[in-house]
Design a protein around this ligand. Structure first.
Ligand SMILES: [Fe+2]
Ligand SMILES: [Fe+2]
Length: 376
């Protein structure tokens, strides 16, 4: 290990030589004035400073004030050499300026050696501590970043799974997967326009793809029937709301709780004539009221095997005629005000042909799972 560098600033040549002689294990740089001391600090950063309090060109307090940034940055202990007893305020001022300890003149060899030894040990300890703190901070930052990345991936995976499940329900219902994307966007447009917090808007948008998840429990013979459903068949079809809620039951995550709420209430109507519970007005959760608008708008604005897409004027008339009956009037106003955004989404996310045969086997497996595990 290289010798520690000690900067001595003392006007007495005798003292400077004395220090050099008795601190032979250190490399001593001796100066006789404050100015020389400052000059030396510009060239070499010492491990310790021995400072006489009464310098010829400046007093020790002034000198310490000047070198504050350097001694703080490099943790340099300063031992102040004093020839008379200091008052309490003087001591406090010196300590607050970075003085580590005091040595009375005439210098006692043993005392000098011990105080220098302790001061250098203290410096090493401080540097080691700082290094360890920096090392641990870096490790923590690294771990935090990795955790953040893992969380993001997990969140992404959760959302993908939700989308897949929504898609499964839609594909079973002869959809193409685009319905859940569009309705999710419509839900988000209304939620944002309502001024809901960003997190709530996201939860609503991400939860909405599961609104018809209960349809995986509805037999194809009813779900895919070309003609009008009989009353009995319609009663079974209506069960997809309760089935959806049952599938999503018991999962204590805000996203899934909202998805369950939407699945259960998206067919409720403002005037209380909807299903499954016949809720009225604001008894229907906001999520269900928003979903109703998004879902119906998408159904009317898309072409199906049995119908053409409705012209936009006809759709708007339908909504205005049914505000206060089927739909929350305030939400219809918001929807009408943001119609441009709805049309943008409608035009951007068009239905595409899907290879149903490729999906058939997968759907069968999923259907088996839900029917056996969740719906019986
Ligand atoms: Fe539905
Ligand atoms: Fe839907």
């Amino acid at each position: 290990m290289s010798k520690p560098i000690i900067l001595v600033i003392d006007r007495s040549e005798f003292n400077r030589e004395f220090v050099k002689e008795f601190l032979a294990e250190a490399s001593v740089v001796a100066t006789s004035s404050g100015k020389e001391g400052l000059q030396s600090l510009k060239q070499t950063i010492p491990h310790l400073i021995l400072l006489e309090l009464q310098l010829p060109d400046m007093d020790g307090i002034n000198f310490l004030t000047h070198i504050q940034p350097v001694i703080k940055k490099y943790h340099i202990p300063v031992l102040v050499l004093v020839s008379r007893k200091l008052t309490r305020p003087q001591k406090i001022e010196l300590i607050s300026l970075g003085c580590y300890d005091f040595i009375m003149k005439p210098i006692d060899i043993t005392e000098l050696q011990l105080r220098v030894k302790h001061a250098l040990e203290f410096k090493t300890y401080q540097e080691e501590l700082e290094r360890k703190v920096a090392e641990k901070t870096q490790e923590l930052q690294k771990a935090y970043k990795a955790l953040q990345k893992a969380n993001q991936q997990l969140k992404k995976a959760h959302l993908e799974i939700i989308n897949i499940l929504g898609k499964v329900a839609e594909l079973k219902d002869e959809g193409t997967g685009a319905h859940i994307i569009r309705t999710s966007k419509y839900v988000e447009i209304i939620a944002r326009a309502l001024g809901l917090p960003k997190e709530q808007c996201e939860i609503l948008a991400y939860a909405s793809p599961l609104h018809d998840i209960g349809k995986i429990c509805i037999p194809e013979v009813i779900l895919l029937k070309k003609g009008k459903l009989t009353d009995e068949e319609f009663e079974i079809m209506k069960l997809h709301t309760k089935m959806g809620a049952a599938i999503l039951e018991g999962i204590n995550i805000p996203l899934i709780k909202t998805a369950k709420e939407i699945a259960l209430t998206h067919h409720e109507k403002w005037d209380g004539t909807g299903y499954p519970q016949g809720l009225k007005g604001t008894e229907i959760p906001l999520s269900g009221r928003i979903m109703a608008i998004a879902d119906v708008f998408d159904a009317l604005s898309q072409e199906r095997a049995y119908k053409n897409a409705w012209p936009i004027e006809q759709i708007m008339n339908y909504f205005f005629e049914n505000m206060g009956q089927h739909f929350d009037p305030q939400l219809v106003d918001i929807f009408a005000y943001h119609l441009d955004e709805f049309l943008e989404v409608r035009d951007k996310f068009k239905d595409t042909k899907t290879n149903h045969s490729e999906l058939a086997e997968f759907l069968e497996k999923i259907k088996w799972f839900y029917q056996k595990k969740l719906c019986l």
